[in-house]
Ligand binder design. Sequence first.
Ligand SMILES: [Zn+2]
Length: 339
Amino acid sequence: MQTFAIGVDLGGTNLRIAAVDDSGKLLEKLTLGTEVKRGRDHVIQEMCNAIEQLKAKYKASGELCGIGIGVPGFIDMETGRVMRSPNLADWTNFPVREVIEKRLSTPVILENDANVAAMGEKWLGAGRQVEHMAMYTLGTGVGGGLIFNGKLWHGMTGMAGELGHFNVFPDGHPCGCGSRGCLEQYASATAVVRMAREAIERKEASEELERLAPDPQQFTSRSIYNLAVQGDTSAKKIFETVGRALGIGIGGMVNALNLPMYVIGGGVASSWDAFAPTMFAEMKFRSSIYSLTSPEQKEFVRSTLITRALLGSDAGLYGAARLPMLEDFTQVEKSRTHA
Ligand SMILES: [Zn+2]
């Protein structure tokens, strides 16, 4: 081992930290009981302690090249600050990168959580063989990440890849972003539950689906999926809408970018067999580029692959650890001092 890095997944509820070497081998993974709701200073303290611990433990076998931190929300890449994060309100505008760098004397990269998941899948997961890919993370919301030439595409201000807010139904359900009918409103776990509730209100739900509703622990996208695979028509219909929304969203991306791979991860991705048939049908309808390049077509040597993510919730940890390995910090220093 030459070097290793530390990846941090700063979720809405938990803090996870992993030491990963430059060959992609996981050295150690810590899930800290740290409650994010106890506030920023507490979380930073716990995070720094754990990083120091890992740094000391593995220093004999390699050099720590940096720390990558995945954060839910908008990040200002220039200043290393969280611009907006619904789950981490007290982190807004706080100079996270600077504070941690000073404390640990190690370079820190702050990155959006969906972007680090995309990087993880690119490095060690579904995207290992491609240089360009888009990733959709279907969780409480829908996150997105774009990788071009093996690197994250940030756009002008670091806000690129918000694939969850790709518009799929222009007059559809209102979205937290202020728009209507965003992909997130049809393909997230939250959306699956909402659509089930709407079906019940419209009296279009089966008795079984209706029976789940009163108990929030039971009324989850997973249990609705279980009904769908058992053949429940009303549950199946919900996942057809998920598939349709994804097909429209990804079809648009295929038309715009003609990438070799689109990876779908997050909790709802495990309902693949319930939404994928509609998704593929919709993609063929919406994107003639997909029709021409889908794997069953033999016209082109290379196909457009739409595939499931492989790393589960560890994608973000691996991706966060990968970021400092890809960075030339001497160049970063220069650009920061000249800014
Ligand atoms: Zn939106």
